[in-house]
Design a protein around this ligand. Sequence first.
Ligand code: CAA
Length: 259
Amino acid sequence: MENVLFEKQGHVSIITINRPKALNALATAVLKDLEEAVKTVEEDMDTYALIITGAGSKSFVAGADIVEMKDKTVEEAAEYSGYGNSIFRRIEQLHCPVIAAVNGFALGGGCELAMSCDIRLASENAVFGQPEVGLGITPGFGGTQRLARLIPTGIAKEMIYTARNIKADKAKEIGLVNDVVASDDLMATAMKLANRIAANAPIAVAHAKKAINEGLQQNIDDAVKLEVSEFSECFKTEDQKYGMECFVNRVKDKEFKNK
Ligand code: CAA
């Protein structure tokens, strides 16, 4: 994979979008490599947390590739938007939590990629925005849907209609990012958070992710039923028995088996 780097440290996988010359813009070739990396994680139950970041210190992802997009027909535009959306949806539905380590520009498709992740950490130089209407298009990789679900609708609409970028501190103020850290500390902070997640029972974390993500799309009565189901499924696992035995026996250094 030329445009995406993949590595694994313990139970944490790391995907790095690697096209720094174009500020990691998501040309189709990049999306193809990203899809392959996502498939690797989908098939790897030994990955307990995933970090997605961008190569270099300037940009997470500066968006869909404008040069590639500019001559597309209506049909080709639909195919491109559908392809990007399908990959981002697969990221959102991965069994493990996904942390976006946003190390610079997260514009258009970059902001949309970050929003398909569970948690966003930003470096101090991060910039977020949906500049699409300034290019004569709408956001096309989930921005109209996820931004309006993640932050107050009026603020999402203002960001999309004005095409104005916001800095990391403002992104934190509106709830678009969980935290802002010094650029040099970003990956270490993301790893620490990923390892903190990975130290818990992976199957329980996966059930919690499913309950939150699917429950948010349902009415509260169905969502609570979903929680009952995800909660009770945990009682099939060795990790549930082990985790509770550790509590009862005051064992502090737990190591879950993912079983
Ligand atoms: N597509 C293609 N190439 C891009 C790109 C993009 N989205 N963003 C940056 N690049 C390229 C530039 O063309 C330039 O290439 P060359 O060196 O070959 O000229 C290189 O990356 C460096 O970029 P700049 O010289 O522009 O760097 P800068 O520091 O002056 O500006 C920037 C940085 C503000 C991020 C600016 O590059 C920019 O505005 N980029 C576009 C951001 C954008 O509009 N993103 C949304 C795209 S649309 C979208 O994403 C639709 C969707 O939802 C599916």
